[in-house]
Design a protein around this ligand. Structure first.
Ligand SMILES: Nc1ncnc2c1ncn2[C@@H]1O[C@H](COP(=O)(O)OP(=O)(O)OP(=O)(O)O)[C@@H](O)[C@H]1O
Ligand SMILES: [Mg+2]
Length: 239
């Protein structure tokens, strides 16, 4: 199945925690195998309009948590409320971009919406403008750099008018300069368009660009708050 075609859960009502939160998670539990919970009554909120990062050791359950938020997995227990539509950006854009050219790929993500050709074109162009890549509309996907591919993947979600962006280690395959460009771009998109983003990373220098951060450990959020404080804590623990 192509990653583009996941059905996202609809949120017919927003729970009591949703007044200023774009994402509200309460007592979420999930196990891949019985008796080894990956998420264990995990709770957290992300305020609307903010850019938050999720940290945690390899295998701590970050990707699992994002898949639960996106409705790609079903929780065993607990409650997830998110503003919709929600867009997902993968670590490897080659899993996400499926059409031969940039414009076709973004348009392809809109097929469910039954737009006219003109409306589709307007959405594609507006989304490409948002990520500063309007020039690449006709470019074949294979001729893009890694950073450009990630920005096109983000443009696809913007074209779908996603209000929440979930990004799973989007800079893992990028060089340091491109990495910082991408994180800056996402920050700008969040602030200019009043979006909400949750970004998973292992790279502590990215914490300089977010509003807040979480640390996932033992199936729960063990620390949350000021990204600089978390950065210091994790740097110390790395030593
Ligand atoms: N499809 C799956 N089937 C069974 N177990 C899985 C599956 N996907 C992940 N797991 C297990 O769940 C745990 C959490 O994995 P997950 O990928 O969510 O961690 P992560 O925090 O994203 O790690 P990383 O930093 O390496 O990306 C790991 O022990 C992993 O082996
Ligand atoms: Mg992961």
């Amino acid at each position: 199945m192509k990653d583009k075609f996941f059905y996202l859960p609809s949120s017919p009502f927003l729970g009591k925690n949703m007044a200023q939160n774009a994402i509200a998670v309460e007592n979420l539990s999930f196990s891949w195998q019985t008796n080894t919970p990956i998420l264990d009554a995990c709770s957290f909120n992300i305020p609307q309009g903010e850019f938050w990062m999720l940290l945690g050791a390899n295998g701590s359950g970050k990707s699992t948590l994002l898949k639960l938020l996106a409705g790609l997995l079903e929780a065993e227990e607990g409650q997830i409320d998110t503003i919709q539509p929600l867009g997902f950006v993968f670590q490897n854009p080659d899993r996400q971009l499926v059409m031969p050219t940039v414009g076709a790929d973004i348009a392809f993500g809109l097929v469910r919406e039954n737009l006219t050709y003109r409306e589709t074109l307007a959405r594609v162009r507006e989304a490409l403008e948002a990520v500063g890549l309007l020039d690449l509309q006709r470019r074949p996907i294979y001729a893009l750099s890694g950073g450009q591919k990630q920005r096109i993947a983000i443009a696809g979600e913007i074209a779908r008018q996603c209000r929440v962006l979930i990004l799973d280690e989007p800079t893992a395959l990028l060089d340091p300069d491109t990495q910082i460009e991408l994180v800056r771009q996402v920050r700008t998109l969040v602030k200019e368009r009043n979006l909400t983003a949750l970004w998973v990373t292992h790279r502590l220098n990215e914490l300089d660009y977010c509003d807040g951060a979480f640390l996932l450990e033992g199936g729960k959020i063990r620390d949350r708050g000021d990204p600089q404080r978390l950065k210091k804590r994790l740097k110390k623990e790395e030593k």
